[in-house]
Design a protein around this ligand. Structure first.
Ligand code: M6R
Length: 614
């Protein structure tokens, strides 16, 4: 986690860094800071808490320097406080560093540096890194690039880092291993560094995504040079960003989460765009084309992911097994990689990740790749590490998701998985032609139906008012609605801090039923499908124990209405497509409850959007 940003150019650096930090704040908001060469001095400001606190301690008018670095932190080593905030300085106060990642062997390095007379202000691994660079530079009389290169050879761990040098106000040096780093190339030797492209997009669309082991030097005279840690020259591969600035702004919404919930008719459409043609009855995913044989003939598919993406993965299992009859296993990426999994050559591993940076998912695919599996990445962030590490894959095209709680990324992931299941099923001949066509029509109608579900917002709001003060909630669903129940519970707990659990409805009687009383509201997804009658029976069991029921039902349902205390209606669709609709009221419910409880919806406590630590 952590967001880093750097600027070298002709404009004052501070406003550019500040705006960049606000864009990257989703990556962590425990503290923030900047270091700028201003009137020949290396000036540093940093403090605990959000970027807004930093604004309070910097006199913007006095900050005219045109080179600087900035950092927003998600604490790993050392509590969130002013001292542990980045940047960190060298002992002689001539160098400053910002860093995203973890230096695993910082302990022994620190001990050695202390023996050599270095003192440490913070508890961070990053301060060790900058002092190691300083020591190597001093001892070997190296220039800064060489000192950084040698220091990185001694380091074990992950980093994206940028170093600024008071003695050279014309140069920034950055390096990457494991954590993401993008270089933006403006006009006339203006350069940007950032953890993702969002701080860069309004200045230039030309970017270079650094690869692991690369060190980038940007210089007012010599432009951008990239060398590896082994001192080999690399020709920068410049790409054009496709991002749109509007997607990074609130656009009149009070929170990004609400904006992103409301964007779903469009984002689901964008995920399908060019991939589905109802009139010709065709579905295609560019990423599958060259690997179709291997995927169709796979003995099994393993899907690895974390958090909300893991819930999509569970749905992927339902969709692929049902439509393509290929066995699917779903794994938490963090568990998969540590349990010596059986992976055979020819296995297909699908990695799902909104950010494309989740460290556990990344490590899981590296492991699977090393054992000969085909890696198919389903990512939202274009150019992200998981997308680049995969053999092939599909972008979800949901557009930037800024709220920490994942919403539109979830439905976009479902879209990609559904398309994949349809392609595999058609190719394998496991879907009958009329069913295939009905599903295409159903998919095509989803954006309008999501729009309709969003119109239940007032009903959801009044339910939120009634339940905003509860301490626990239970979410139940069966079949494809079981992962939706898990997702609803995750949404509620992560942004409102209410304890919530998701369960398969039928599992309730194996334990959770003991919790049910008038203080435990139960949300039941009871749409009309094969298990409807069974779910209705589960509802009766809840009612019999004094439970309060909020039900998500298919429009026109009367049976559930007569049992539940509150109902939210969603339009009729194919059973397998219901999650696209049933999840929306749950997203809205958690949003409203969190706002009513005065929680920071877009930046919930202790969380970060992109979890780049293992
Ligand atoms: O970027 P990823 O999809 O890999 O992120 C995985 C999880 O960290 C993420 O889904 C997290 O659970 C969200 N906060 C859920 O809303």
């Amino acid at each position: 986690m952590c967001g880093i940003v750097g600027y070298l150019g002709t404009k004052p650096a501070y406003p550019i860094l500040l705006k960049g930090l606000k864009r990257l704040e989703y990556r962590g908001y425990d503290s923030s800071g900047v270091a700028i060469i201003n009137n020949d001095e290396l000036e540093m400001f940093k403090c605990k808490g959000k970027v807004v606190n930093l604004e309070g301690i910097v006199d913007e008018k006095a900050m005219t320097g045109t080179i600087g670095i900035g950092h927003t932190r998600w604490a790993t080593h050392g509590v969130p406080n002013d001292v542990n905030a980045h940047p960190h300085m060298s002992e002689n106060s001539e160098l400053a560093i910002i860093h995203n990642g973890i230096i695993e062997n910082y302990g022994p390095l620190k001990t050695e540096l202390i023996k050599r007379g270095y003192t440490f202000q913070s508890d961070t691994d990053t301060e060790v890194l900058i002092k190691l660079i300083e020591e190597i530079q001093k001892k070997g009389k190296f220039d800064l690039f060489e000192a950084i290169r040698f220091a990185l050879k001694e380091v074990v761990g992950a980093y994206a880092m940028v170093v600024i040098n008071k003695k050279n106000p014309d140069q920034l040096i950055a390096a990457k291993m494991g954590s993401p780093l993008v270089v933006g190339i403006g006009k006339d030797n203006e350069f940007f560094f950032a953890s993702d492209a969002t701080p860069i997009i309004e200045y230039t669309k030309n970017v270079v995504y650094l690869e692991d082991g690369e060190i980038a030097i940007v210089d007012r005279q010599n432009g951008l040079k990239i060398r590896t840690i082994h001192n080999k020259t690399v020709k920068p591969f410049i790409q054009e960003l496709e991002m749109n600035l509007e997607t990074l702004e609130l656009g009149g919404y009070p929170h990004f989460m609400l904006k992103e919930i409301y964007e779903q008719p469009r984002s689901v459409k964008d995920s399908m765009r060019g991939r589905i043609q109802v009139n010709t009855g065709t579905v295609s995913l560019g990423g599958m084309r060259d690997y179709l044989d291997q995927m169709v003939n796979a003995k099994r598919i393993i899907i690895v992911a974390c958090g909300t993406s893991w819930h999509s993965a569970l749905l992927g299992e339902y969709l692929i097994e049902d439509l393509a009859r290929i066995p699917v296993e779903v794994e938490y990426a963090s568990e998969f990689r540590y349990r010596n999994p059986v992976i055979n050559e020819g296995d297909v591993v699908i990695a799902i990740s909104q950010s494309g940076e989740t460290a556990d998912t990344l490590a899981a695919i590296k492991l699977a790749k090393s054992k000969g599996a085909l890696i198919y990445g389903i990512c939202n962030v274009i150019g992200s590490t998981i997308a680049r590490e995969s053999h092939t894959g599909s972008y979800t095209h949901a557009g930037p998701e800024i709220g920490v709680a994942s919403t539109k990324a979830f439905t976009a992931q479902l879209t990609a998985l559904m398309l994949m299941a349809l392609v595999l099923g058609k190719e394998k001949g496991t879907i009958e032609a009329p069913t295939f066509q009905r599903l295409l029509v159903g998919m095509d109608a989803l954006p309008d139906k999501i729009e309709k579900v969003l119109k239940t917002n007032d009903v959801v709001y009044s339910i939120a008012e009634k339940f905003k003060d509860v301490n626990n909630m239970l979410y139940l669903g069966r079949g494809v609605n079981f992962p939706v129940a898990l997702e609803g519970a995750l949404k509620l707990k992560e942004i409102s801090y209410i304890h919530a659990e998701g369960y398969p409805a039928a599992e309730m009687k194996h334990g959770p039923i003991a919790l049910i009383d008038e203080n435990m509201p139960v949300i039941i997804i009871a749409t009309k499908d094969a298990s409807y009658e069974k779910v209705v029976s589960n509802m009766q069991e809840v009612k019999a124990r004094g439970g309060v029921i909020i039900a998500i039902v298919t429009e026109g349902d009367t049976q559930v209405k007569s049992i539940a205390d509150h109902v939210i209606e969603i339009p009729i669709t194919e059973s397998i497509l219901v999650p696209f609709l049933s999840v929306i009221p749950l997203q809205l419910l958690s949003y409203h409850i969190a706002v009513m409880r005065d929680c920071n919806v877009d930046q919930p406590r202790n969380l970060a959007k992109s979890v780049t630590v293992e």
